[in-house]
Design a protein around this ligand. Structure first.
Ligand code: ACM
Length: 534
């Protein structure tokens, strides 16, 4: 579906863009060395912290700095994680130790921080991050990273100085669900590619990694009781490439790595539609007993599990049982979108059978918002992916479900689908939900998005990344940056801090950090890059 030459041309353009940035970074640094000596203001962080009170002297990381941790294993692990970020660029030893005082200190203590909040106190003698839970310490560490010069992300020694502004940041998230979805079905991404994205998500305090593990084009997770799902159903992808699948060990490694960055993996098996890869793997799953060929195109809505056959529920139960056993997180996503080849009655019947299976294996159901057209089980979450143009009737159905207790995750496609093109010139991505520039992606309020939804029903936001046109980490990054940090801010920061003019200045300052991290990104003309927002 793509012209290889066009693609190569766009890659070259992206590379030129990155080179331009590097050149600019050098000239900015060269022209204004004094700017480096004044530390980043405490509020110049994404997501915006709940409160930032500047005051007192800055802290300077030096050759003698220690990272002090309390005796807990997790605090020590977070200390080591921070040290691994800081050592290459500072060139300092930065020992992680439970002894002494001063320096960078990570401590767990009771306080009004909630499950993910923290306080960061910075002054001449040191920086202390305090939290009630390890996740809060980890998020505080991300704030500390962003308060240090972007060059701290480099993998070779830089001159510094490594200053952290004096004062106190007190921070806690608005929503408990701040997700990013990666479609590993349309194109397969390796464990290392997923880990790379996890690291980028962690920098912005994203806490859910939703993996879209199955679709028409590929089944990506090994299931022992139905082995052909992965070996046959995972053997290709959009465009006819080799595809791939995660072994159980691979998947566990993703779960472990995500957890080490305080992201919970939410696995999705999409059903009853988006199931061609499964139907192609087992003839028995088809109503007519005939397996269709594998599919490498990008149409949707043509496949359905056979709702009337008992074997369908044996299959669903086996898959859910094995996947639940691999997944320590609370949630299991059952898809449910675009079931255009399933009658409404069959859809309702299917969801009535499948949701209790999820509960049987100890998990909470998440489904795309079409689930609200069936009977969502108690405690289920519906992920809204409509757009401005979605019919009033469909929106009303979602609102009604929310009023009846179904929690919502907001992923409006014309705001936060990271695979939508930025403009008509964007070389990657789709445009069925329109073009989504950076401002459009950021400038809305999840709490007020669907009128009539009770405040408490909104559990958070999630940025899906569908991969029909995306093949590697560079492609993912080019679509995620700079939009992903905006979605992270919508999920974390309070509505009162929402302000595009100020946000775009903070966002501009991130460009240099992405450059240092080797992350590809789109140089949106809406953002004052280069000025760094200063
Ligand atoms: C979807 O974009 N079909 C959830």
């Amino acid at each position: 579906m793509r012209d290889g030459r066009v693609r190569q041309h766009h890659r070259t353009l992206r590379l030129l863009g990155s080179l331009l940035l590097v050149t600019m970074g050098v000239s900015v640094t060269g022209a204004a060395p004094a700017a480096q000596a004044s530390p980043t203001p405490l509020d110049r962080v994404i997501p915006a912290p709940a409160s930032a009170a500047p005051g007192g002297s800055p802290y300077q990381i030096t050759r003698g700095t220690h990272i002090r941790v309390d005796d807990s294993r997790e605090t020590r692990r977070i200390g080591e994680y921070l040290a691994r970020i800081l050592r290459p660029s500072t060139g300092y030893r930065l020992p992680v130790t439970a002894q002494g005082s001063g320096g960078i200190r990570l401590r767990l203590a009771a306080g009004p921080f909630g499950a993910e909040g923290y306080r960061l106190d910075s002054g001449r003698k040191g920086v202390t991050i305090t939290a009630a839970e390890p996740a809060g310490l980890f998020h505080g560490v991300q704030t500390l990273r962003q308060l240090l010069p972007a060059a701290v992300e480099e993998d070779s020694v830089r001159p510094g100085p490594w200053l952290v502004a004096g004062g106190t940041v007190t921070d806690t998230p608005r929503y408990g669900w701040r997700g990013a979805m990666l479609d590993v079905s349309r194109h397969f991404f390796t464990v290392d590619q997923v880990k790379r994205y996890v690291d980028q998500l962690a920098l912005y305090k994203i806490n859910k990694l939703h993996l879209h593990l199955s679709d028409d084009q590929g089944w990506r997770i090994a299931v022992d009781s139905w082995p052909r799902l992965a070996t046959h159903g995972g053997s290709t992808e959009v465009g006819g490439g080799p595809g791939g699948f995660y072994t159980k060990a691979d998947y566990k490694e993703i779960v472990r790595y995500a957890a080490s960055r305080y992201l919970e993996v939410v696995p999705e098996i999409d059903m009853p539609g988006h199931t061609n890869a499964a139907l192609a793997s087992y003839a028995d799953l088809n109503c007519d007993g005939v397996a269709p060929p594998l599919y490498t195109g990008t149409e949707v809505g043509f496949s359905s599990l056979c709702v009337g056959k008992e074997v369908t529920y044996d299959f669903v139960e086996d898959v859910i049982r094995e996947l639940a056993a691999l997944t320590p997180g609370r949630y299991l996503h059952i898809g449910g979108d675009e079931a255009h080849s399933t009658s409404h009655a069959d859809y309702v019947r299917f969801m009535d059978r499948v949701q209790p299976i999820v509960a049987k294996y100890g998990k909470t159901v998440v489904g795309w918002h079409q689930l609200t057209g069936a009977t969502p089980s108690r405690g289920a979450l519906a992920q809204y992916w409509g757009l401005d143009g979605t019919s009033a009737e469909e929106k009303a159905q979602v609102v009604k479900a929310a009023q009846n207790g179904t929690g919502l995750i907001l992923s409006p496609a014309d705001r936060v689908y990271l695979d939508m093109k930025y403009t008509k010139e964007t070389p990657l991505g789709l445009s069925w939900a329109g073009y989504v520039e950076v401002r459009r992606s950021y400038d809305w309020d999840p709490g007020a998005y669907l009128p009539g939804v009770p405040g408490g029903a909104v559990k958070g936001v999630e940025a899906p990344m569908w991969s029909e046109t995306l093949e590697d980490s560079g492609d993912i990054e080019f679509m995620a940056f700079p939009r992903l940090p905006g979605v992270a801010e919508l999920g974390w920061s309070s509505a009162v801090s929402h302000d595009w003019e100020r946000y775009k200045g903070r966002l501009a300052a991130q460009g240099e950090r992405w450059g240092a991290l080797g992350v590809e990104w789109y140089r949106s003309p809406q953002v004052p890059w280069g000025s760094g927002g200063r």
